[in-house]
Write a protein that binds this ligand. Structure first.
Ligand code: ADP
Length: 307
């Protein structure tokens, strides 16, 4: 095999109480990429479609993660990468992570799978660091492992896969506003109270238990973020209105996806997800903010081969 076409999915990180640790993988949105072995050594990005992104290997997250693996594997060939970008960069659903994952997943397949999923995540973290200035894996892990993942630690990298309840759907709205990553960081509190920390880790624990036992009522009681959301929601106009409407329409929870501006909900069954889509759309359609909205089943497979 000298060429492979893959689908690299969008992901939701910072799942409410699981700030910086919990993520899940989406089915409905993702990039396509072609990875090709070449005789000439090195990594080259030869085609980008969809969004204006750098072709220089060292400036594109797909190139940086590919280089990290390439230096480790020292193969007797090179690779070309084509990116068909469908996930808008900066939308908060892991656009950079999808690229970082796609290149290393494709190369690993073409090399006969010398690396496991955790090792692939390590290489992809090098690419992700280019976009976010720090090595983190909360979007990468769900893209590589599929379903829900918890990043227990990054040094050493320790990823835990969590089961996905069968009827769980996500509705994700992307208001077309720009949030600077630096603003999303600066707005965070430097210290938190012990009382809030206790509530937050109780919710993370119960959310993980609820996912294991498909306890939708417990998912609803656990999907809360009392630490980060009160600050970051200030950067997303109409967040409270969207959340109120979504919960009223049956959402198990509603929170900021990644560092925003996308907002996600989880719900039981497609019908409720559709109702949530309608009410969330209604909130933004009364404003002058454009938006995209998608319903997605949780993607339990993650990045995959198309051909
Ligand atoms: P998201 O949360 O949607 O992944 P980020 O803010 O983390 O968005 O990443 C987007 C940033 O990474 C943009 O500045 C973009 O120019 C840069 N970037 C570099 N290469 C890529 C790539 N292949 N795909 C997406 N973004 C990339």
């Amino acid at each position: 095999m000298t060429e492979i076409k893959i689908f690299s999915p969008a992901t939701v990180a910072n799942v409410a109480c699981g700030f910086d640790v919990l993520g899940f993988c989406l089915d409905s949105q993702g990039d396509e990429m072609i990875i090709r072995k070449t005789k000439e050594k090195g990594i080259k990005i030869t085609h980008i479609e969809g969004f204006d992104l750098p072709y220089e290997t060292e400036k594109n997250v797909a190139g940086v993660s590919a280089l990290a693996m390439y230096k480790n594997a020292k193969p007797d060939c090179g690779f070309e990468i084509e990116i068909y970008k469908r996930i808008k960069p900066g939308s908060g659903i892991g656009s950079s992570a999808a690229s970082a994952v796609g290149s290393v997943f494709g190369m690993n397949e073409l090399l006969g799978k010398p690396y496991n999923k955790t090792q692939l995540t390590c290489f992809a973290m090098k690419g992700e660091a280019l976009a976010s200035k720090s090595e983190h894996a909360d979007n990468l892990a769900p893209a590589i492992f599929g379903g829900f993942t918890l990043v227990k630690s990054t040094l050493p990298l320790d990823i835990i896969q969590i089961p996905t309840p069968q009827d769980l759907y996500a509705t994700i709205i992307h208001p077309q506003i720009e949030i600077k990553t630096s603003d999303a960081r600066e707005i965070l509190p430097k210290n938190i109270s012990l009382k809030d920390a206790i509530s937050q880790w109780a919710n993370v624990g119960s959310l993980v238990h609820a996912l294991h036992t498909s306890d939708y009522k417990l998912i609803h009681r656990s999907l809360q973020d009392i630490i980060i959301e009160p600050y970051r929601k200030q950067l997303i106009p109409f967040f409270d209105d969207v959340k109120f409407a979504a919960i009223k329409a049956g959402a198990l929870g509603c929170a900021i996806s990644g560092s925003g501006p996308s907002i996600f909900t989880l719900s039981k069954g497609k019908e409720i997800a559709q109702n949530i889509k309608d009410v969330m759309s209604l909130v933004y359609s009364k404003t002058n903010i454009d938006f995209d909205i998608h319903i997605s089943k949780i993607n339990t497979r993650g990045v995959k081969i198309l051909s």
